[in-house]
Design a protein around this ligand. Structure first.
Ligand SMILES: [Zn+2]
Length: 64
């Protein structure tokens, strides 16, 4: 479920920081992060996805 307007909520990591959406260079939602855990959560993704909207994907596209 997505909200149609931004709301401030505390991050689930327990830091008591306000969380925000982490999106990649294509604007695809990745995760909710805050200042305390953004670095850690970004590390779970290929850093290229945040720099280049034309990042390669490992997932083969099924043409069938
Ligand atoms: Zn956090």
């Amino acid at each position: 479920m997505r909200f149609t307007f931004p709301i401030l909520c505390l991050c689930a990591c327990g830091s008591d920081h306000v969380c925000r959406e982490l999106c990649d260079a294509r604007g695809v939602f990745c995760a909710f992060v805050c200042d305390a855990c953004e670095t850690k959560k970004r590390a779970a993704y290929d850093p290229r996805v945040f720099r280049d909207a034309a990042y390669p994907t490992d997932e083969p596209i099924e043409s069938d």
